[in-house]
Design a protein around this ligand. Sequence first.
Ligand code: ADP
Length: 226
Amino acid sequence: MILLDRVTKKYNKNSQALERISLHVEPKEFVIIVGASGAGKSTILKLLTREEKPTTGKIIVGGLDYETLKDKEIPILRRKIGVVFQDFKLLPNKTVFENVAFALEIVGVGNKEIAHTVPRVLDIVGLKGKEKRMPRELSGGELQRVAIARAIVRQPRILIADEPTGNLDPKHAWDVIRVLEKINRYGTTVILTTHNQEIVNKLKRRVITIRDGRIASDKASGEYHS
Ligand code: ADP
């Protein structure tokens, strides 16, 4: 469960990025956050990943109250949340397999478990058979699916996808969205930000519209018209 209670974020004295945002996301929900550039979408995501701290207000994710979160609990939080970005952020000198495996190696998972887990996750994102490819040998849609595989390999409860289709043509964008839907069906909460009106309107999911740092609307099967 994700709870934001009257969260305000000021990066500096003169500007307010978020103003008293209250938001509740249930486990296994698929939520789309939309809004014009500068509305405050990324700030919400950065607060959830604890890259930023709120100026005031309460944030609780999966039972962890961010206000009282101890440093030693940050790895627990990181494990709960997977993140993918518009620009993929893959390691260019590692293969598809190695990019995904790396997320396990850095937390000390052994080779046997890596050999078992990585192919399973690559299968989920539709990249079976491409384990040995280098990032430069993949399409944008495939790169994003590697990034998704890396984000879910530790089985987070929440997947945050920040404009994951921003660099993709429509076909590849839909391939990525279908993968997000699949992961959601398997029980992961998905939080997606996008500017793509067609995707929002076809998905028929909960849509939260942010305008000037506030929630302008929150609809169960929403639409988006910029
Ligand atoms: P969006 O993701 O919807 O484009 P952001 O959350 O990035 O919006 O930005 C919301 C507001 O906060 C904007 O006015 C932006 O200029 C400001 N902002 C974002 N990050 C910072 C930062 N690190 N320092 C100062 N202001 C920031």
